[in-house]
Design a protein around this ligand. Structure first.
Ligand SMILES: Cc1ncc(COP(=O)(O)O)c(C=O)c1O
Length: 419
């Protein structure tokens, strides 16, 4: 164990008191918009976001009034049919694109499939999809499945230099903006421009950035993006995912699951599929109204949020965590998250041979992070509800866990199904 804290808890409290995200919003501290259990330091919003207080009453109204009383007429009267578009417009504001260009529905995995197929069809002479080997597994699995289906080839790139894998055979470069394991962030505008120079399309997976890191897809002239909504967007477990398609590609886009909800006129009940105009052609089946309603209410926590303040708080929290861990436990953990702000998302990952036990011992103390095999403890800093005092408390608990060897408790040798 190295030297004592360079900062006191009072310093962390002072950082919170001076944080514009906590003090300058019209509706006060955004942390008050969340229903978190007392005594818990929740550093897993990069896995499952916390529950916004607005969700339960809104869902109760949708279930009781719209479904219970309105029954089938709520498709029109409560405008359920346009809920994917309304929720898409809210997400669009967080990823820097026009409000009409985001489809919401399906899971991230299914949308990865739809967009990868569609993107490959937009570059018909090219036979290669580039993916990086440390990406979130589902992205690689889907790329391999799409390649098999369409007779393409997957090319695994160097994660440190994906652009080097581009040539005139590459139809699509599929990357995750912020890495789920390390928290490292790619240069989205720079890589997008390089891929365009090589004649390829780029698809960004925004699961670990949107809602914590401001994203400007239109500013980067991005082509396609997908993301989940259950992490920093707080939509709830298994909430629907979203896909962005640049307006300039929408007219030509042909996604493979040509269901009736992506038809130009679903209730004409025609025999042949005619894709809807715009991003609605990404839809396939009936929208999940209850899940979309929960997400709709959850997104209200961003109504009053300045993206620059969100990013500043995120960086300040992760800076503080890295600084405290290095000062107090620098010889125990390796910080694998980049120090440079431009290369960091909103999580910090620590490598340790007993990382699973460390995470379990912390959870027993009310500090919730998670574990990724083989040896990574991940801590997500959702800037809306994690404070500098939380960071200080989490590191204090981590020091106590390591000093008391709590992480070696035999109970932590058995791994849960979900880690
Ligand atoms: C980068 C990334 N993509 C995709 C997923 C998951 O996809 P799905 O929402 O279909 O489970 C995750 C889940 O953590 C992820 O981190």
């Amino acid at each position: 164990m190295t030297d004592p804290s360079p900062l006191s808890r009072d310093t962390a409290l002072a950082l919170d008191a001076a944080d514009p995200l906590r003090t300058e919003g019209r509706h006060g501290d955004p942390a008050d918009l969340f229903d978190l259990p007392d005594g818990v330091v929740y550093l897993d919003g990069n896995s499952l976001g916390a529950l916004p207080r607005a969700v339960a009453p809104h869902l109760a109204r949708v279930v009781g009034d719209e479904w219970g009383r309105g029954l089938i007429s709520s498709w029109n009267d409560a405008d359920w049919i346009n809920l994917p578009a309304r929720v898409g417009a809210k997400i669009a504001a967080l990823i820097g694109v026009p409000s009409s260009d985001v489809h919401v529905g399906d899971s991230t995995t299914v949308l990865l499939f739809k967009t990868m197929v569609a993107a490959s069809r937009l570059r018909p002479g090219r036979r290669t999809v580039v993916v990086e080997p440390t990406t979130f597994p589902t992205d690689g699995y889907v790329a391999a499945g799409v390649a098999e289906l369409l007779g393409l080839e997957v090319r695994w790139c160097d994660p440190a230099d994906p652009v080097a894998a581009l040539d005139d055979d590459v139809a699509l470069l599929a990357l995750t903006h912020v890495d789920f394991r390390s928290g490292a962030m790619y240069d989205l505008p720079g890589i997008t421009a390089a891929a365009h120079d090589a004649g390829a399309l780029v698809q960004w997976d925004l699961c670990h950035s949107a809602g914590a890191v401001p994203v400007d897809l239109a500013g980067a002239d991005a082509d396609l993006a997908v993301g989940c909504t259950y992490k920093y967007l707080n939509g709830g477990p298994g909430s629907p995912a979203y896909a962005y398609v640049a307006e300039r590609l929408q007219g030509e886009l042909r996604q493979p699951i040509t269901g009736w909800m992506g038809h130009a006129t679903p209730f004409e009940m025609q025999r042949d599929h005619v894709p809807a105009d715009g991003v609605r052609r990404m839809a396939s089946g009936t929208p999940p109204v209850l899940a979309l309603s929960a997400l709709d209410a959850a997104l209200s926590v961003f109504d009053d949020v300045d993206p620059a303040a969100l990013r500043a708080t995120s960086l300040s929290l992760t800076d503080l965590f890295i600084r405290l861990v290095e000062a107090r436990l620098g010889d125990t953990f390796e910080v694998i998250t980049p120090r440079e702000h431009a290369r960091r998302g909103s999580q910090v990952s620590l490598r340790h041979p007993e990382a699973y036990g460390v995470v379990q011992a912390l959870i027993a103390r009310g500090v919730v992070g998670d574990f990724r095999t083989p040896d990574v403890a991940r801590f997500g800093f959702a800037p809306l509800y994690v404070t500098h005092a939380d960071v200080w408390d989490a590191v204090e608990h981590l020091v106590t866990v390591m000093t008391g060897e709590e992480h070696l408790d035999p109970a932590y040798r058995v791994r849960n199904l979900v880690t």
